[in-house]
Design a protein. Sequence first.
Length: 135
Amino acid sequence: VDAILFLREVTNMKKMILLCLALVLTACAHVTRPTTDQKFESYRMEVRAERDVGKITAVEEQEKLRDRYWELYGKDANSVGHFAFSISLMRSAQAGHFPMQEADALIAAREEQIFALKMASRQRQADCTYDCPWN
């Protein structure tokens, strides 16, 4: 009789452990992960903070952003041109040949254009059906 009660308790414990495990796995499945865009924006804020405290230069900031952008999104013609422009502009600004605030503003405006192009491209792909040339 004691052995039967023991086996029932063990069986009940196994059921409880399996139930808890299932709940934990379900909770993990619903955890949201940051999107690629969120990862990049977070990194952008990180390197800007480093620049603001003088840990890195404006050129180094742009180089780090370029490297992370290409790591997350890959190289494309728009980003290659943008980062070449932004690094060159920051070199001029650091050398005193161009106002730093204007350089920051120009780069920010160009980034907004690139982001808008990227969003439009994503929307076209999302709206596209079987007759799109890349499908």
